[in-house]
Design a protein around this ligand. Sequence first.
Ligand SMILES: [Zn+2]
Length: 212
Amino acid sequence: MWYWNGYPVRRVWDASGSLRVSAEKNVTVYAGQDVSDEQIFKFLDRHRRFLLTRLRRAEAWEDRFPEVMHCQTVLLFGKERPLTFVRGGEGVFVRNKRGVPRAVEALCGEAFLQRVAQWKERMGVVCGTISFQYAKTLWGTCDAECNLRFNRAAMMLPPELCDYLIVHELAHCNFRNHGEGFHRFVARFLPDERERGKKLAEYSFLLSIYRE
Ligand SMILES: [Zn+2]
């Protein structure tokens, strides 16, 4: 195992020449076989600022949600509940970490869909189907037919941030882009839209921690 400034570094034989920092503060370097160890360390140093920013962000998550980060608990609509890997144990049962998003959907999917239905009516929006997935970067999407797809991690968020995502995606049924009309429409229902958007960024670790 290598270390860079005390953080574990893993090398993956992949010629893309990129860098990744996980929420668990592991650094992964993707480099082809022609790249020497020495070149990798130079590469890490050249991207020092990027690495430190990501690592500090991961540290802030760990300060705030240590048990969530270590899979001792799981967030359900913003509330921490115990997570168990033992059948019949206390709390939400999962076979492994990758199973967490689906377990959350089984518990909260119905309530989430009800929330979508309520907002849909309130906003007077017509949309297509609604489905769930666990994606690395997106909280939600709205395609050309106005079919909405939400990240399963959305059900881990506090209700006010669920609403922010739901209103955002529903608004895309009327406005395809993020122009002025879009924000004016959203602000009619959520005047503090921007503050909620900033708050959402504090939860972005939920998009990646259940992948590894
Ligand atoms: Zn959008």
